[in-house]
Ligand binder design. Sequence first.
Ligand code: ATP
Ligand code: CA
Ligand code: CA
Length: 432
Amino acid sequence: RVVVGTKVDQNHVNWVTAYNMLTGIRFTVSRTNAKMDRALTDADFDAKHKFSFDITGNELTPSAKYDFKFKDYAPWVFRHLRSTFRLDPADYLVSLTSKYILSELGSPGKSGSFFYFSRDYKYIIKTIHHGEHKFLRKILKDYYNHVQENPNTLLSQFYGLHRVKIPYGRKIHFVVMNNLFPPHRDIHRTFDLKGSTIGRDFKEEELEKNPRATLKDLNWLRRDMHLEFGPTKKQAFIEQMQRDVKLLQKLHIMDYSLLIGIHDLEKGNEENLRDKTLQVFQPGGTNADDPAAHMLMRTPSKLENARKAKELRHIIKTQKPVPMDQTSDKMPDELEGINKNNYFYADDGGFRATHEDDRPGEEIYYLGIIDCLTHYSIIKRMEHFFKGLANQESQISAIPPERYGDRFVKFISGVTMTREAAEREKKKEATG
Ligand code: ATP
Ligand code: CA
Ligand code: CA
């Protein structure tokens, strides 16, 4: 099994932050889920609750390993969102355990955000900037309504928005969202596509050093790649993308991309079988051969997992608080329940290629629209900054959100075609 990232254990610099994040999530989620369900009100979208954790505990919060403050935003909205996305509350808590801590992807983007995977690899915690945090709160109702009307949305699924702060430390905002990539299948190639060519090239020479790097638009075009969907899937995919992008345009969002992980069914899971130890990869191009990065984690038995989940379900039903140090024993290959309702995640967690006659193809695509919390004003400000600094054409190419969205849809639609159709197009070009 190939696991991405570096394990965050007690020796890791971000151990305390990760521990506090998980402890806070588990406390606030079980607190909200213990109550009787009810309809949302307008006030739910603005709600925030602050909790203080310390080593002794108090009447409100249980004792924790460290002193920290935790803020929970719009808990009822996120409870409803998790239910919309068909997350089982008990499974969610089991996944986000604080015992077998997460793995960290470091900071793969330019933004400085950190990414953490839940131990079972189903969820991603992404730290976000204060501006993104404020923006998500502002658009939460639009997002919520969109998701209700679009059960097959390709947009990132947000499951929680929180803030953590240690004494004298800075405030760290973060979201919990879906990991698009499956825990049980190798991803043979990853692309992050925006529909732009400026700065959208991953150096091919680097690929040897870092074979799992995320490639970009120019690498995609150079390889003459396509999203191979036959007529039925193509139509569904493009229509959903258009609906999602329409929302992003309306909210003046920019700089998002389509993340695509490709699993080649012919190659299968050979890497998983060959190497039982964890393979570590860091998209930033850091040394993937670092022996310290290869670590084994204990894999709990299925029986243990089932027992833990059952226990938690019982606790939630009987409305008792969930013990803080509940261990995670969830096996990554148990994908049941996750996103079964979303058309684009229904083929073993992804969306399988099809031929012209809709016969199943050779790849499974794991895809979605990510990084959708950047408001146009932030881009413009950055652009201004860079221009003032170097007095040259910006690398960001800040076209307005309307055009960004149109260009995005045009590019992705343009590369969505079956092998057969691509062949025909090539022949046509050759004969003029
Ligand atoms: P920047 O703003 O510089 O693009 P960022 O810090 O906002 O960077 P993202 O663009 O959100 O980061 O993501 C960076 C990378 O992290 C992606 O290219 C992808 O490899 C991985 N990633 C992000 N979100 C997900 C997700 N939901 N599932 C799987 N992988 C993800
Ligand atoms: Ca991005
Ligand atoms: Ca970003």
